[in-house]
Design a binder for this molecule. Structure first.
Ligand code: NDP
Length: 407
């Protein structure tokens, strides 16, 4: 059975839901807390987590009366306890505390830690059969099929929270797997959509952080500028919905109003539309199997006037091509793709490499991985974490030569 629920497979929603938010202090966390804030009688917060932002975490834990708050930095336990003195919130710190937060008995968990660090906590929620709203695409890209198999085995319900995947999730209910021809993931094209390759090569951090439509965390905003994010989403769609690379197309749609479409055998194309506001897909996940009231702006198509579309440019945005390559290669290659990208983005933020070198570092790391003959199916979280770790080391080793190389 698929871990992503299909149509007519709705479970009864209970009156008060217990919820946990992993990555509560981030951009997705913020949107999620906003939705919870709107219906305080409907949700009881079990656990909230952050990486280092003790102040933000404690503020949320107090506001929502969370039973447990955990910070990933082990040195900040004292600070968290001080900030929550006088409350009933239990405190934890370190990676194990984030995993414990996910393992605690909440009906619904938002998995919104950024990067591969989100894998073990998401698995902890999956293993106890929770409903998991999955925003963290990296953990799926990193663990691949294994993640979905484990979710299916545990009876967990994976609710795609990423806007494009949420759109596909909603549209897929219009037909059966045998009737599906392809899915189309839309992409805004990011801030460099119309830029020449030479200018993209030299783009600054401030330019990369200026997304035209979406307000998001730093890592995903840079990934959107390089279109690595779309690459991660192609891989995510493949694992979430068991699709081959040939069944997934990317279409540039600068207005970000249509988030995803599904084409069926009769040539009907079913799309999901909405203002670019992450609270809409998160509300869909939070309300599932029902629909709740969402706070996003009403879609006014007459005011928008035009919806336009372009083919993606694999030449100026090589990250997208590399994602398809990784997916076709399989056997840990998507893990390598993700790990190398995380290293490259951190190096770009740290001023060590040019923007254009992000894709070159990912490509060099993937090539090295293929040449080494280390490709093997991932059968456990430890496998995925080992490949991730080795690929990060390899990317770090290749970094100085990539940094020196001109485009
Ligand atoms: P942010 O950087 O805004 O937030 C990340 C959250 O994870 C913060 O709470 C952060 O804590 C926490 N965190 C970071 N590193 C660790 C770690 N090592 N261990 C534990 N917690 C950690 O990211 P976003 O909210 O933008 O993105 C979260 C995930 O959702 C990503 O995987 C992203 O790709 C995905 N996503 C995001 C979208 C968006 O619109 N933002 C859209 C679709 C998907 P602290 O605040 O202390 O640093």
């Amino acid at each position: 059975m698929s871990a992503v629920p299909l149509r007519n497979n709705k479970a009864a929603a209970s009156a008060v839901r217990t919820v946990s938010v992993l990555g509560a202090t981030g951009s997705i966390g913020d949107s999620t807390m906003d939705l919870l804030r709107a219906s305080p009688d409907r949700y009881q917060v079990e656990a909230l987590t952050a990486n280092t932002n003790v102040e933000g975490l404690a503020k949320l834990a107090r506001e929502f009366g969370a039973r447990y708050a955990a910070v990933a930095d082990p040195d900040r336990l004292g600070a968290l306890k001080d900030a929550l003195a006088g409350t009933r919130t239990e405190c934890g710190a370190g990676e194990s505390a984030i995993i414990e937060a996910a393992a605690r008995p909440a009906d619904w968990v938002m998995a919104a830690v950024s990067g591969a660090a989100g894998l073990k906590p998401a698995l902890a929620a999956v293993d106890r059969g929770a409903s998991v709203a999955l925003a963290n695409k990296e953990c799926l890209v990193c663990a691949g099929d294994f993640f979905m198999q484990r979710a299916a085995k545990a009876g967990a319900c994976i609710l795609p929270a990423d806007s494009e995947h949420n759109a596909l999730f909603q549209a897929l209910g219009s037909g059966n797997r045998e009737e599906l021809v392809r899915v189309i993931i839309t992409a805004s094209g990011g801030p460099f959509r119309t830029w020449a390759a030479a200018d993209i090569e030299q783009a600054t951090l401030a330019q990369a952080l200026k997304h035209p439509n979406w307000s998001m965390g730093q890592k995903i905003t840079i990934d959107s500028a390089s279109m690595m994010n779309k690459g991660l989403e192609v891989i995510e769609a493949s694992y979430l919905f068991a699709l081959t690379p040939d069944e997934i197309d990317v279409l540039v749609h600068p207005q970000s109003i249509i988030h995803g479409m599904v084409e069926f055998s009769d040539r009907s194309v079913v799309a999901q539309l909405g203002a670019p506001d992450m609270r809409t897909p998160i509300a869909h996940c939070l309300g599932w199997p029902d629909r709740i009231v969402g706070p996003a702006a009403k879609l006014d198509l007459a005011k928008i006037g035009q919806l336009t579309f372009e083919e993606p440019d694999f030449g100026r945005f090589p990250g997208l091509r590399l994602a398809y390559d990784a997916l076709r290669t399989g056997r840990g290659a998507t893990t390598v793709f993700n790990a190398a990208n995380e290293v490259a983005v951190a190096a770009f933020i740290g001023g060590k490499i040019r923007f254009g070198a992000i894709a070159r570092l990912v490509e060099a790391t993937m090539n090295d991985w293929v040449r080494s003959g280390n490709l093997a199916p991932l059968t456990s979280a430890d496998d995925a974490i080992a490949v991730d770790h080795n690929a990060r080391n390899k990317a770090a080793t290749l970094l100085p030569q990539i940094a020196l190389k001109a485009s």
